[in-house]
Design a binder for this molecule. Structure first.
Ligand SMILES: O=C(O)CCC(=O)C(=O)O
Ligand SMILES: [Fe+2]
Length: 338
C-alpha cells in the first residue's frame, strides 16, 4: 500500500517504552497518560460475572469430526461469530513448536539494543517496521507498546484463516468457497506487539481500543505473558484468559461489511501490567487490495437492508492505517448513513 507522505505528519517526540522501562522510573511521560475517561479501571472489580470467558472452538471437530461433532461445532462457531466476534481455537493443527519458535524470534528482536531495532523504522502511513503505528499528531496519546512486522510464520496461519472462512461461510448457509473466491490473493500481515511492564498500568493503555480492519485476525498470546487483551462486550471490558496452545481469532471490519452486519467486528484493547511484560503475535488476513467489497447479496433483504456501501478494499486499508485507533470509528467509512 502506498504510504502517505511523511511530510504532512508531525508526530512529535516519541519515547521508546522499553527504554523508559530500563530507566526504572515510576514517572510516566505525559504523552502516555490517558484522559481519565480512557484509563483502564484495573482495580475496580469487573461488573461482568468473573467466570465469563470467550468461547472455544475445537478446530479438529470441524476438520475431522464425525457428522454430529461437525454440526455441533458449526453451530457453536455461528454463535461465536454472532454474539462474540471473538473466540479461541484449540487443536488448530499448527505445529506447537512453530508457535514457540515465533515467540522466541519476536522476543529476540525486542530484546535487541534500541539502535539495532531502529534500523527497521516504521514507514509513516503503514503499520510495518519498528515503532508506534497509528500516531498522526503531536498531541495524540501514545500506546505503551512497540510494534514490528515480519514475514515469517504466515503460511500456517494463512491455511488456518482460509479454513476458518470456509466454515464461517457454512455458518451463513453460503457456498463454502465464497470468501476465497472473492478475496483474490489474500493480503496478510504479521505484527508483533511487546508491552513492557509499566509502573502505572492504571494511567496508560498498551493498545488503544479499536476493531481490526482485516477479515479475520489470529492472535497468539505469549507464554507467561500478562493477561492484557480485553474485548468490549455489553459495554464491559472482558479479559481474554490465555488457554495454552490455543489461538485467539476475531472478526474484522471486512467480515462485518460482507455479512451486512450480521457478524460484527468487536472493539478490543490491550492493558499493561505492573510487573509482567506481554507479547502478542497478531496476523491480519484480508482480501487483496484491488478487490471491490460490499455486503453479500444473499445477506441483504427487506428485513436486513443494505447497511454498507461498496468500496475498494485497498482504499479502506489506507483509510484504516492513516487514522488513529478509535474504537470502531474507521468503519464509518463504509456505513450507509440514513
Ligand atoms: O496485544 C493484543 O492482545 C492486542 C493486539 C491487537 O489487537 C492488534 O494488534 O490489533
Ligand atoms: Fe486488534
Amino acid at each position: 500500500m502506498a504510504p502517505i507522505p511523511a511530510s504532512v505528519i508531525k508526530v512529535g517526540h516519541i519515547d521508546d517504552v522499553q527504554e523508559l522501562k530500563k530507566k526504572k522510573t515510576s514517572q510516566i511521560p505525559e504523552r502516555f497518560i490517558r484522559d481519565t475517561t480512557e484509563r483502564p479501571t484495573l482495580d475496580k472489580p469487573i461488573s461482568y460475572p468473573c467466570n465469563i470467558n470467550i468461547p472455544v472452538i475445537d478446530f479438529s471437530k470441524l476438520v475431522e469430526g464425525n457428522r454430529d461433532d461437525f454440526c455441533k461445532e458449526i453451530m457453536k462457531l455461528r454463535t461465536c461469530c454472532e454474539e462474540w466476534g471473538f473466540f479461541q481455537v484449540m487443536n488448530h493443527g499448527i505445529d506447537l513448536d512453530l508457535l514457540e519458535r515465533i515467540e522466541k524470534v519476536a522476543m529476540e528482536f525486542f530484546m535487541m539494543p534500541l539502535e539495532e531495532k531502529q534500523k527497521y523504522p516504521m514507514i509513516p502511513g503503514t503499520v510495518q517496521g519498528y515503532g508506534q503505528a497509528f500516531v498522526f499528531s503531536e498531541d495524540q496519546k501514545l500506546d505503551w507498546c512497540n510494534i514490528e512486522t515480519v514475514d515469517i510464520y504466515s503460511r500456517e496461519i494463512r491455511k488456518l484463516c482460509k479454513n476458518l472462512l470456509k466454515y464461517i461461510a457454512i455458518t451463513l448457509s453460503l457456498n463454502d468457497d465464497v470468501f476465497e473466491e472473492m478475496f483474490g490473493v489474500a493480503v496478510q500481515a504479521v505484527r508483533m506487539n511487546y508491552y513492557p511492564a509499566c509502573p502505572r498500568p492504571d494511567l496508560v493503555l498498551g493498545l488503544s481500543p479499536h476493531s481490526d480492519g482485516s477479515a479475520l485476525t489470529v492472535l497468539q498470546q505469549g507464554k507467561g505473558s500478562s493477561v492484557g487483551l480485553q474485548i468490549l462486550k455489553d459495554n464491559t471490558w472482558i479479559p481474554v484468559q490465555p488457554i495454552p496452545n490455543a489461538l485467539v481469532v476475531n472478526i474484522g471490519d471486512t467480515i462485518e461489511v460482507l455479512t451486512n452486519g450480521r457478524y460484527k467486528s468487536v472493539e478490543h484493547r490491550a492493558v499493561t501490567h505492573k510487573e509482567k511484560d506481554r507479547l502478542s503475535i497478531v496476523t491480519f488476513y484480508a482480501p487483496s487490495y484491488e478487490i471491490e467489497l460490499g455486503p453479500i447479496q444473499e445477506l441483504v433483504d427487506d428485513k436486513n437492508p443494505c447497511k454498507y456501501r461498496r468500496y475498494n478494499h485497498g482504499e479502506y486499508s489506507k483509510h484504516y492505517v492513516t487514522n488513529k485507533l478509535q474504537g470502531k470509528k474507521t468503519l464509518e467509512f463504509a456505513k450507509i448513513k440514513n
